[in-house]
Ligand binder design. Sequence first.
Ligand code: PLP
Length: 395
Amino acid sequence: MAPDGQMFAPNVYDAEPIPDAARLEIDRLLSSGDLFRYTAPEGAPVALLEAEFAELLGARYALAVASCSAALFLSLKALDLPRGGRVLIPAFTFAAVPSAVVHADLVPVLVEVGDNYRVDMADFEAKLDGADAVLISHMRGHTSDMDAIMALCDARDIPVIEDAAHSLGTEWHGKKIGTIGKVGCFSFQSYKLVNAGEGGILITDDPEIAARCVIMSGAYESNWKKHPGMQNSYMLWQNKLPLYNMRMQNLSAAVIRPQLPLVADRVAKGRAGHDRVGDRLNQSASLMVPPPLPPEQRAPDSIQFNLCGDWTDGEALQFQAEAKRRGISVQVFGLSEGNARAFWNWEFLGPQPDLPQTRAMLMRACDVRLPTRLTDSELDYIANAIFHAAEAVKG
Ligand SMILES: *Cc1c(COP(=O)(O)O)cnc(C)c1O
């Protein structure tokens, strides 16, 4: 508390401490120098993480890698698509997603996203014929209509990859996000639910895709023997595929493993905190938190909301300044210079057709971090600061 009784704005950038169990394991690894995942004959921390993560998600295979971007790249390579094949992605995502598509020698086709942050199904369907794959990015954990997407793709035999980087713990009809498409990819970068600084993992039930990803991730010679199951598949692919060396090392797994048992609690806290702030923001006539689609159970660690009504860019910037004055950083995706989530900044793609719907959404959609460690009074501080900032401009 400040001397006058007013609370300081909560810090939403600091991470949570890593559980103590990680320290013992890291000490053990440092003492032995055993950092490479394939040195130990069995039971390496990375292999244990894969087994535990596959179990947590209910998937047959898991492969831990250097980042979610690496997982997306390997998944696309494993589909064995023709060079220059078309991959549909939502136009609202992080720049790493179109980058992974380009890296895999494929061409991203951007699909419109509505003001509820979800794929516009009419535009999706219009662009689907002729697509070789679909990569659904559950941006900020928002789940698009996976029933409609899977039905349209299954009917055309088009494989779906899920970018679940920010969706660990989210469910759709009670099914875990990341297990709906052919492959699900997750991130352990610091701003995600499980923090290892960097890291990623992919899950699949398809033994051929799993085998191809394992080999391409850098399981050279007979290192694939340290991955359980599907030995025949590996024999088929060994030396037939390039090695991209995107492996995870043991220290990362040591940081991740003790956080997995905390996921359920973080999900519950994140959901409650998000809804607490969301309810308050929805009391303002100028703000709107889009609801999830009915089958979705969210697992948020941030909140997105729209400036609704007739806001000008100038008023949106004034709102940001009013929030900042109250100690809260609000990012309007389309108004911050060079934002990596605004498709017009993905210049590496070359000229793209305009996406007026997504553009309009990005110009009025706001983003605020809500780490799951925040207390109710900290959440209320943030919610009130945003509410009053909106009132100051539009009230
Ligand atoms: C963080 C994130 C990524 C990238 O993850 P990295 O592990 O940093 O490569 C991709 N997609 C989404 C939706 C993300 O939130």
